[in-house]
Design a protein around this ligand. Structure first.
Ligand SMILES: Cc1cc2nc3c(=O)[nH]c(=O)nc-3n(C[C@H](O)[C@H](O)[C@H](O)COP(=O)(O)OP(=O)(O)OC[C@H]3O[C@@H](n4cnc5c(N)ncnc54)[C@H](O)[C@@H]3O)c2cc1C
Length: 389
């Protein structure tokens, strides 16, 4: 069997690695990646956080596998004894809620705990005791991941998965896919922009924020779009002991990164959020929104300055902010794995393993990812993720 994967970011490379390592798979594996430097790939530009605090069981279970994968990467992804270091820092996530947000927060925590996640629900006095540097004005409750949440080196994970996949025989082709060759319902090849065709028995669409465009070549409507998100690196003179990744009720977030902090926000309702704007950073977002909110929450942030910044694309799935992993009934030999809407780094191990199982085993063999399949789109049943940061 010959499999061609379109897109060699974290999800495409995870699919390639898991497929190459799957004992049921015998065949040839090719990854088509238009930019081996990954300059605009989300996987190189993410904030690389992992959390258990999602609102649906499937996302929490995917994070649990992501966590186990990150912890075991030094062993599983080693090549010739050279083990990757993913530098996992278990600082936790802290979701803060105003009075009106506590119902959703408590509902989410109930789902998370029922899935075995180690989440503490804290009242304002408990928050102040744990984090004396935090102002709890307007905060009614907080949910803290006491273990199993934090940040890691996302680019290192992507490159380690790619290196391991190659060591297992996967071929990476530096080219842009431009269409599919079809025979009836089936896809028989991936066209490249130099006019050549990579023939295949199965294709995998893992083109990240551009997966909607790739789906359109098959006449399939998949509302995944590239939406710019900016990350600001700020220097603060004071230390904030035991600082987690904090999500303020205003939607602004920050987390520690060595001696610095990363921070940012997604545009609010009604704010402009165009598809695929240039990836340049505008500081107005920081000065107008992020900084005022951070300084109100942490007095020490009143005197910060931007040290550096970057922007990348969220792979935003407009349908319900959840990824799609599965085969579309109109093209049964194409597997989709994309659209994780800002949480695809941590979910790339589980998404790639699931896509690999669909190819090698014909069904999900470990974690059942069918809630992320096409059926919900076909039946117009969105499964909204309530904790999108
Ligand atoms: C600022 C920011 C912060 C984020 N923070 C987090 C976080 O804290 N935690 C988390 O889990 N996730 C986070 N994410 C989201 C995460 O980065 C993405 O969900 C994830 O990287 C998606 O992986 P992917 O492989 O689908 O996409 P990508 O990494 O974008 O890979 C897709 C690849 O497909 C290639 N491609 C596209 N079209 C073609 C074509 N026609 N031919 C050939 N190749 C093609 C692209 O070049 C690209 O390399 C963040 C994202 C951003 C931008």
């Amino acid at each position: 069997m010959k499999v061609v994967i379109v897109g060699g970011g974290a999800i495409g490379s995870s699919t390639a690695y898991h497929l190459a390592a799957n004992p049921h798979f015998r065949g040839e594996l090719v990854v088509v990646e238009r930019d081996p430097s990954y300059a605009r790939a989300s996987s190189m530009l993410s904030a690389s956080g992992i959390r258990q605090q999602f609102s649906t069981p499937v996302s929490i279970r995917m994070s649990q596998y992501g966590l186990a994968f990150i912890r075991d990467a030094g062993r599983a992804l080693a090549v010739d004894g050279d083990a990757p270091m993913l530098a996992f820092k278990e600082h936790g996530y802290l979701f803060l809620a105003s009075e009106s947000g506590t119902g959703v927060l408590r509902g989410n925590v109930a789902v998370q705990r029922s899935e075995g996640a180690d989440i503490q629900l804290l009242d304002p006095a408990e928050l102040r005791e744990k984090f004396p540097w935090l102002s709890t004005d307007g905060v009614a409750a907080g949910a803290l991941g006491a273990s199993g949440e934090g940040s890691f080196d996302g680019p290192a994970m992507l490159l380690a998965m790619r290196r391991k996949a190659r060591a297992l025989g996967v071929k990476y082709v530096a080219a842009t896919a431009s269409g599919f060759v079809r025979a009836g319902q089936a896809v028989r090849g991936v066209m490249l922009d130099d006019g050549s065709v990579l023939h295949c028995d199965t294709a995998v669409v893992a083109a990240g924020a551009w997966s909607g465009r790739v789906a359109s070549w098959l006449g399939i409507d998949l509302p995944i779009v590239p939406r710019k998100r900016m990350v600001y690196v700020i220097a603060c003179r004071e230390e904030l002991p035991r600082c987690p990744l904090v999500i303020d009720p205003t939607g602004n977030w920050w987390r520690p990164e060595g001696n610095f902090f990363l921070c940012g926000r997604s545009p609010g309702e009604g704010e402009p959020d165009p598809d695929e704007p240039p990836l340049e950073v505008t500081e107005a977002m920081f000065y107008d929104h992020v900084w005022p909110a951070l300084a109100a929450r942490v007095p020490a942030f009143e005197s910060v300055k931007i040290s550096s910044s970057w922007a990348g694309y969220y792979d935003l799935h407009l349908f319900d902010h959840n990824g799609v992993v599965g085969r579309h009934p109109s093209v049964p030999n194409v597997v989709f794995a994309a659209g994780f809407s800002g949480h695809g780094m941590q979910h790339s191990p589980a998404a790639g393993r699931g896509a690999a199982e669909l190819v090698a085993d014909g069904a999900f063999a470990t974690l059942d990812l069918s809630p992320l399949g096409w059926q919900r789109l076909i039946e117009n049943r969105p499964m909204w993720e309530k904790n999108v940061v």
